[in-house]
Design a protein around this ligand. Sequence first.
Ligand code: MN
Ligand code: MN
Length: 288
Amino acid sequence: MIEGKYFVDPGKFLGATEDYEKAEVVIVGLPMDYTVSFKAGSRFGPAAIRQASYGLEYYSVYLDRRLEDKKFYDLGDLVLPYGNVEKSLDLISKATEDILKSGKKGLFLGGEHLVTYGILKEYLKKYEDNLVILHFDAHTDLREEFFGEVYSHATVMRKVWDIAKGIKMYNFGIRSGEKEEFEFAEKNTHMFLYEVVEPLKGVIDDIKDYPIYISWDIDVVDPAFAPGTGTPEPGGITTKEALEAIHILKDLNVVGMDLVEVSPSHDIAGITSILAAKLIRESILSFF
Ligand code: MN
Ligand code: MN
């Protein structure tokens, strides 16, 4: 008789526990990609990230920690009414509310970046203006509207800011946007152009006593390392710097995170998915 331990479920992230009740962190896939302005396809991101996770070890030499020592559950992908932005965001908010009510932390796999709005609406209800938002992205995502649409992956951080004026929002690695967005950031957020590691080190003392939410758009990484995304933007950070950023946040009070905009059909040799999977593994081990 062969035992269950010889089998894995590539439909769940590597090392996910089978006990929801005991889990402290919950992974949810959000297969939404209807407002992507350039190359669509990130609805398949969560599945590709989970599958890629089986190429990784349970052990992280960076952190000297193992996935088996963390209790996280993978709920699978949320079923969304494709094409309906409003209803999809409502469902994402509802799923987030359930996770927060059960006292757990959400780890969300996108999907397009607009999903973050549905998630953060609930986080802001719970943590109010105490929450610190760390936004890693090539793009500002601070437009008021995009092609006439108020809700878009290009407006998401502005929509978040609008419902939580005065929120402590930090944007890292930014290298693309409209002039007005940079002016808005100058007045209202803490934006750092091009770089991630040094600016993050510089703000650690300011954020370390707050609950932190991380929104990680994979396109902050250079397209040379992460081509599988909807709006690749040259001039980005390396995979090594991306990992270092996760490690800088070690043992801080991170209460939620999303990793968005992985688009497998535009990927080459699965390198973007394997990067996303590694960032997720290191995040689980570093601060969840
Ligand atoms: Mn982006
Ligand atoms: Mn984005």
